[in-house]
Each structure stands twice: as structure tokens, then as C-alpha cells.
Design a protein around this ligand. Structure first.
Ligand SMILES: [Zn+2]
Length: 233
């Protein structure tokens, strides 16, 4: 397998600036500056105000994985409709500045990718060779980031809430895997179903499924109190 084929298989084709996109940058300098600046401002706001992001950043800090805005985040142009990605090779979170235009969307993407970063920090995840590891982290990210709660808001009247949430998590995990790995839909479905129950029920570090910003605030408060309790021992 040659290098470019390999990059394509790991989903790097969706993130042109990860490989040799440097020339594109200068021709679009002006608009990229605007997008890039806006992206960085929204990222800062997400890190400071989203209870989901704040909880994950605290949890990673106490696991010994400090996250620095400039080192671990990159605002870049991406292909298609991808919003973000976690580049395990460089431990960097990519935010797709050309596809994220609203703060609420930025908050969800930052949270989703921070869950991957959290999994990367706490466990020895083999992102490239073990599809079950990848599937597990995608299930957790879809379940805990609010990705599916957002859709629940719209679908609340059509489905049972709980059933819809699980269907949404399964569907999003499947799509994420198929976007970055060249495997068949059937193969991906089997892997997701094999690990679904244990990964869906792993709510760490939230301690619950944060279905709304309010839930996430409570989870953050509990997390910080737990920390304080341990500090007093
Ligand atoms: Zn993901």
C-alpha cells in the first residue's frame, strides 16, 4: 500500500491541510484569515463557556493530559461537509473552519472531538488497526456530545425519546466510521453492534448522558465537587 493510498484510507483525504494543502492557503489568504479568526474566537468561547467542554478539559487535566488551545487545536479548511476530526498521529483536534458557522455547532464539534481526545488519553486506543476501538469512541462521542440530543429536539414529537437517541447514536457512529475507513457498511454495522451496549453505557467522564446544556452543567458541577472531595482526603 503506497503512502497516498494509506492516507486516503485513514480519512486524511477529508482534511487536505493535513497533507500538502499549503499552497491553497496563500491563494485564499484573505478569506481564510477571516474564517480562521472566527473559528479561533468560537473555539475560545466553547472552551470557556460550554459545560461539556469544560468538564472534558478538567477530566483530561486530572488524567495528566493537559490540552492547550494552540498546540492541540487547529482551525483548517476541510473537504465536503465534515465538521471536525481527531488526528491521533499528532494528538490534534481539527476544526473545519469552512463548515462551522454557529457557536452551538462549534460547541458540539469541540465536545465530540474532546471525547475522542479523552479516550486517547485514558486508554491505549488503536485508532488505525482496531475498528472496535474506533467504533467505541464514535459511539461515546455521539452519545455524550449532544450530537443526538440536538436532533432529539427536532424529532421529539415523532419518536420515543430514548429509542430515538439510541438509533441516532448508532447511525452517527456508523457514518463517522464509514467516512474515515474503507470498510463495507455491513462490516461497520457488525462492529458497531458488537460493542454498542458496553460503549453506550460508558458515560465517563460525565457520569450520565448529558441530554441538554442544563444536564451538562449538573454533570460539570458534580465532577468538580468529586474533585474537591478527593482533594480533602
Ligand atoms: Zn468522531
Amino acid at each position: 500500500m503506497d503512502q497516498s493510498k494509506q492516507e486516503e484510507d485513514y480519512g486524511y483525504d477529508l482534511f487536505p491541510e493535513r497533507s500538502q494543502g499549503q499552497q491553497r492557503k496563500s491563494t485564499l489568504k484573505q478569506s481564510l484569515f477571516t474564517f480562521n479568526h472566527k473559528c479561533r474566537v468560537m473555539l475560545q468561547l466553547a472552551m470557556e463557556t460550554s459545560p461539556y467542554a469544560k468538564l472534558l478539559l478538567s477530566a483530561m487535566k486530572s488524567s495528566g493530559c493537559n490540552i492547550y488551545k494552540d498546540r492541540h487545536f487547529a482551525c483548517e479548511d476541510c473537504d465536503g461537509t465534515v465538521s471536525g476530526g481527531f488526528d491521533a498521529a499528532s494528538s490534534q483536534i481539527v476544526l473545519c473552519q469552512n463548515n462551522i458557522h454557529q457557536q452551538s455547532h462549534m460547541n458540539r464539534v469541540v465536545t465530540h472531538e474532546l471525547i475522542h481526545a479523552f479516550d486517547h488519553c485514558r486508554a491505549h486506543v488503536d485508532w488505525f488497526n482496531n475498528y472496535r476501538h474506533l467504533a467505541c469512541s464514535e459511539i461515546r462521542a455521539a452519545n455524550l456530545s449532544g450530537d443526538c440530543s440536538f436532533h432529539n429536539e427536532l424529532a421529539r414529537f415523532n419518536f420515543g425519546l430514548k429509542e430515538h437517541h439510541q438509533k441516532c447514536v448508532r447511525g452517527r457512529a456508523l457514518r463517522s466510521i464509514l467516512a474515515v475507513r474503507k470498510i463495507s457498511r455491513e462490516e461497520a454495522e457488525k462492529i458497531v453492534d458488537d460493542v454498542f451496549d458496553s460503549c453506550f453505557n460508558d458515560h465517563s467522564p460525565f457520569g450520565r448522558i448529558p441530554h441538554s446544556k442544563k444536564d451538562a452543567k449538573f454533570a460539570y458541577r458534580d465532577y468538580m465537587n468529586r474533585d474537591r472531595y478527593h482533594a480533602n482526603l
